[in-house]
Design a binder for this molecule. Structure first.
Ligand code: GDP
Ligand code: IMO
Ligand code: MG
Length: 429
């Protein structure tokens, strides 16, 4: 049974939640390994609709174990709120949720620092989700952070005060924010104690017992702190490599990487976006694709599919199979351009440059593919797709050199075309 990593290949919101929920019956446990409640993963089936932020999308399958790995940054308040809202919706979380004792905490101070930094940046702001993600990874790396294991320590209040002493000086209302943390602590400790575990050891024990793990990436490779459009990025390791560092499972135990790819491109927040459609075509995609943030409600910026950026993401992450989502959103277009090359100042370049100012100057080279102009919503068989839609899928597969095991034709579980693949057991049965 494989251990499979699922990551987003664009700027997030590729439909990872739908895909994880769909394939997780073939696995024993689902593991988040980076990010925090900046993520918004949507799962829909029948008349049910869930937006998950911290808890893996496997939670809707009662027999699956769900793990929040050591690479995450977790707001205890947001986690408890998410547990409560799932329980209120009739989803059992008791006994199937574990949180790494090494995961970093997002405290009220971190969220306030996120807001203060965005305000100070003014026009140059990142457009973060304001969840405190960047400051929490900042204090992690500078070794001033607090972790889940600290919640269990009797001197938690003292640890908060000493470790955050330096960053507290940045904010005028820090004392009140630290008081808020101290006041909330008894409830956090009482409710989270049974969940906080040495998940690195547990995950490796499960592998030794022959269980298979599904790693659920958040965000997308183009938002990765190293590989993404820095500084317009998130602060975590979104990449396939992040699944190992963020879970404690060695790269040699991983069997492969599935890339989730939307049939066009979106981005939320600031930062360069080669080929962004600022006209009514972009608006049409946004409306038909319902491209509004799952976490913040912000309208997502839209553009055609950028195959150059995706090819780079595939190469750097060892992706061997794709889940192509939202094909149905392109149903009504006569022509569908895709970006197959980049030029800057008339000169061809092969990949996204490091400097975001140069990325902003990219002139995308487009190939115009014929649209199918027919409904594909909900189709479940590849041969039922219009021929031009199949040609679109096959063009993508051939350009990227990677097959699509999943073509998604709607937000619901059943609205899916699936082929068998060794990394996704049981998918097509
Ligand atoms: P994630 O962050 O990668 O999990 O993606 P989000 O949940 O933020 O955004 C994806 C959105 O597209 C959600 O509203 C999904 O319900 C929806 N979605 C996923 N797959 C499809 C699809 O194939 N077609 C359509 N029309 N919507 C989809
Ligand atoms: P999922 O998992 C899309 C973006 C923010 C901002 C940048 C930095 O749902 O795909 P942060 O709060 O992380 O410091 O913000 O990253 N961003 C996302 N965009 N989907 C996400 O998650 C995102 N998580 C963060 O909009 O541009
Ligand atoms: Mg999302």
């Amino acid at each position: 049974m494989p251990n499979t990593i699922i990551i987003g290949l664009q700027w997030g919101d590729e439909g990872k939640g739908k895909i994880v929920d769909l394939v997780c019956p073939g696995f024993d446990a689902v593991v988040r390994f980076q990010g925090g409640h900046n993520a918004g993963h949507t799962v829909k089936f029948a008349d049910r609709h869930f937006a998950l932020h911290l808890i893996p999308s496997g939670i809707l399958h009662p027999e699956k174990q769900c793990v929040l790995g050591n690479g995450m940054v977790i707001s205890p308040a947001a986690l408890l709120e998410e547990i409560d809202s799932l329980e209120a919706a009739g989803v059992e979380t008791d006994g199937c949720l574990l949180v790494s004792d090494r995961a970093q905490l997002i405290l009220p101070l971190h969220a306030a620092l996120d807001a203060a930094r965005e305000e100070a940046l003014g026009d140059e702001k990142i457009g973060t989700t304001l969840r405190g993600i960047g400051p929490a990874y900042g204090t992690k790396v500078s070794r001033e952070g607090l972790r889940m294991c600290d919640i269990l320590a009797p001197d938690f209040a003292h640890r908060v005060e000493t470790r955050l002493a330096r960053v507290s000086k940045i904010l005028p209302n820090a004392a009140a924010l630290l008081d808020e943390t101290r006041d909330a602590w008894p409830e956090w400790r009482y409710r989270l104690k049974p969940l906080i575990q040495d998940t690195q050891t547990i995950l490796n024990d499960w592998i030794d017992e022959g269980k298979s793990l599904l790693f659920e990436g958040a965000q997308g490779v183009l938002l990765d702190v190293d590989q993404g459009t820095y500084p317009y990025a998130t602060s975590s390791s979104v990449t396939a490599g992040g699944a190992s560092t963020g879970s404690g499972v060695a790269p040699t135990k991983m069997d492969g990487v599935v890339g989730v790819l939307k049939a066009y491109t979106t981005r939320v927040g600031e930062g360069p976006f080669p080929g962004e459609l600022l006209d009514d075509v972009g608006e049409r995609i946004r409306r038909r694709g319902n491209e509004f943030g799952t976490t913040t409600g912000r309208p997502r910026r839209c553009g055609w599919l950028d195959l150059v950026a995706v090819r780079q993401a595939i190469r750097q992450n060892g992706v061997t199979v794709l889940a192509l989502t939202k094909l149905d959103v392109l149903d009504s277009f006569e022509e569908i351009p895709v970006c197959v090359g980049y030029r800057v100042g008339g000169k061809e370049i092969r990949a996204l440059p490091a400097d975001s100012e140069i990325v902003a100057r990219i002139e995308p080279q487009l190939e115009i593919l014929p649209g199918w102009n027919e409904e594909t919503v909900g189709l479940e068989k590849y041969e039922d797709l219009p021929e031009k839609a199949r040609k679109y899928v096959e063009y993508i597969e051939s350009f990227l050199g990677v097959p699509a095991a999943i073509v998604s034709t709607g937000p619901r579980r059943e609205e899916t075309i699936a082929r068998e693949h060794e990394l996704l057991p049981g998918l097509a049965s």
